[in-house]
Ligand binder design. Sequence first.
Ligand code: COI
Length: 356
Amino acid sequence: ASSTIRCEATEASVYRETVETINLDWDNLGFGLVPTDYMYISKCSQDGIFTKGELLRYGPIELSPSSGVLNYGQGLFEGLKAYKKEDGSILLFRPHENALRMRMGAERMCMPSPAVEQFVNAVKLTVLANKRWVPPTGKGSLYIRPLLFGSGTVLGLAPAPEYTFLIFVSPVGNYFKEGLAPINLVVENEFHRAAPGGTGGVKTIGNYASVLKAQKRAKENGYSDVLYLDSIHKKYLEEVSSCNIFVVKNNIISTPEIKGTILPGITRKSIIDVARGQGYQVEERLVSVEELLDADEVFCTGTAVVVSPVGSITYLGRKVEYKNSGIGVVSQQVYSSLTSLQMGLTEDKMGWTMKL
Ligand code: COI
């Protein structure tokens, strides 16, 4: 059988595999890779124009040992999700935002990036080609991972002469093993995730490799993940390795402002709008570690994480436990509003969802 499917149609055709049901333990999905049927690949050489793109069988790709991404880390990734509705249709959540963020990151990393429409169409195509992997309603989602990287060869430090835009997908459940139960975070004192003028504000692959050591140590010590402080004052909250952070005090919600050192999360931005829509005052500003320790509720947000309540913070050996034994009132409210929108259970007045 041919391993290549040309993407001349705007919608993926129905392939034999995509209609055969799969036997997956949908009730126990975590956040681990489940290989699916197809991946999308498009390339761009020095002319800056990405090829139309094609769906290939999901699997290993060929990459030169001297590619820009392997040698100098010239690469970005994105993350978004598709949910299955009761009626069988599939909803994407704000894919244009991911396309725009990839373009912004690409500019910082000296890479060409696919046009917003190409990005969104490629996401749709990849999801449709793998639609049997979208978990049943309420069991999870299909995580979509777009990558953009320097696949052309380099030796001296320079932008690569060729780029690859690739999308693969995997069905996922909860990111943290705790599920919706509160997670325990430790404030990192030795390592920093980002510095002013660096790349902390873009989704470059290197930002994630650099947090692994602190994360590993935290996990060995029984914590769920690490919370980073700013690298200048070592006082203001930045973000958790894989998500943004929100602090609630007297029903006012605060979150670190976007100033180049934290990732401009699409879930972060959506939660701010959802909470404001529910009448909450939401402040984007410097949030100190003292405020964090004095908060009524703390929660994290991210595409993979969605909304995750924080049960305790440990800072310089002092552990502060938040009063709520489960998820706090505000965290629960924003979680429910966001997920009902994403799953198409409430009317989407914001126009955030895209039906496939
Ligand atoms: C996401 O939430 O989509 C991310 O990209 C974070 C990643 C570490 C799973």
